[in-house]
Design a protein around this ligand. Structure first.
Ligand SMILES: *Cc1c(COP(=O)(O)O)cnc(C)c1O
Length: 387
């Protein structure tokens, strides 16, 4: 049985599990049934239906995810973007205004810039590291503030304590995309955030084989978002629920290892003469280090870096590494490498990227669970080929 004092490792295995177990099964079965019989006593709205996010596979995940971040409630969604878009559309309505950190995940950036306007919702970008500048963007209609725990691809950590305080002082709903940190390294509800959003496609599932999302936070808000999700239809399928549930069980083992491995790799890269700059919040040299060390239990598995020699060197390096897979996305067991200028940030002009500090030669690394030494040796051989 799950007790409140259980630590996160125990919760990952036992929180939210069905009691009693289904026919004694140790592993939660997949309930691949779209609809369910109803008893005359049941209210129509209580009958399970996959789109209504209330089948047994949904319910177990909802309870487990809420427990992981010590939140009141949680729901899963068909993708990270379903979580983000549904949450924004549930929290904001026509006439409202949103403040959002300027360096956002590409899909979120596009949703804001291309679609929010058509719903009559206005927004302004803010510099997450500069709280003094936020008040100038505040309007009477401002309803919410939206940030990411660790920004992509420069791995900057906004002033998260200031975000919560600012939201409280001005009665705003505080929303944070916690995908890069995971509940292992940062639990937004514990710091006073109203809503924590995730792409479960990444670390929570961890095996690069589903897309999924989650909304975690205050019960009243999560229920409002669930109601919207029931109608917009971005619901997770039971089979994806099953894979997410299975992946979650090893989250602590994976993320702790990835935290350690990424920190060693960041230090290794920082000491290479061919490397110009390394962005990782766990490096003492990083401007976000002090803040991140206060907020986080670990610094995560994401690194970005620049080589001397620009785009040509970056391309040669990426051609010569043998272990990392050159692929977008992140958070899986395999190490992945991309050049954001050609993938996640391709939609921006080179000038706009430069304004945010994203050079065309920047390489982003999602550290997997391979041996750290093997990865460092691989980077070493690829770097020596650049000389
Ligand atoms: C991948 C990602 C998303 C979008 O998630 P999908 O599951 O691909 O829809 C949102 N935010 C962040 C930070 C991400 O990395």
């Amino acid at each position: 049985m799950q007790k409140k004092k259980d630590r996160i490792e125990t919760k990952l295995i036992h929180a939210g599990e069905m009691e009693p177990r289904v026919l004694g099964a140790v592993s939660m079965p997949i309930f691949q049934s779209a609809m369910y019989e109803y008893s005359p006593a049941a209210s129509y709205h209580d009958i399970p239906y996959i789109r209504l996010n209330n089948t047994p596979n949904h319910i177990v995940l909802h309870k487990k995810l809420a427990a992981l971040e010590n939140a009141e409630a949680a729901i899963v969604t068909a993708s990270g973007m379903a979580a983000i878009s549904t949450a924004l559309l549930a929290v904001l309505s026509s006439g409202d205004h949103l403040l959002a950190q300027e360096c956002l995940y590409g899909g979120t950036h596009d949703f804001l810039t291309k679609y929010l306007g058509s719903f009559g919702i206005a927004f302004d970008f803010i510099d997450g590291e500069n709280p003094e500048s936020w008040k100038r963007k505040l309007r009477p209609a401002t309803k919410a503030i939206y940030v990411e725990t660790i920004s992509n691809p420069l791995m900057q950590v906004p002033d998260l304590k200031a975000v919560v305080k600012f939201a409280r002082d001005h009665s705003l709903i505080s929303m944070i995309d916690n995908t890069f940190a995971t509940p292992l390294n940062f639990r937004p509800p514990e710091w006073g955030f109203d809503l924590s959003l995730h792409s479960c496609t990444k670390y929570l599932n961890g095996h690069s084989d589903i897309v999924g999302g989650a909304v975690i936070g205050r019960k009243e808000l999560v229920e409002k978002i669930l109601y919207k999700l029931d109608h917009l239809g971005g619901s997770m399928d039971p089979h994806a629920c099953y894979l997410l549930h299975r992946g979650l069980k090893t989250l602590a083992l994976r993320v702790r290892y990835q935290n350690e491995s990424a920190r060693k790799i960041a230090r290794f890269l920082e000491n290479q003469p061919a490397v110009e700059k390394v962005n990782y919040p766990g490096l003492e040299s990083n401007p976000s280090y002090k803040r991140a060390a206060k907020l986080f239990d670990g610094f995560g598995g994401m690194i970005s870096f620049e080589l001397k020699g620009g785009v040509a060197a970056a391309e040669r390096f990426m051609k010569s590494v043998k272990i990392p897979i050159i692929a977008p996305s992140l958070g899986g067991v395999e190490t992945l490498m991309t050049r954001p200028a050609t993938t996640s940030h391709l939609g921006m002009t080179s000038k706009d990227r430069q304004k945010l500090g994203i050079s065309d030669s920047l390489i982003r690394l999602s550290v997997g669970i391979e041996a750290t030494e093997d990865l460092c040796e691989d980077f070493d051989q690829a770097l020596s080929g650049l000389k």
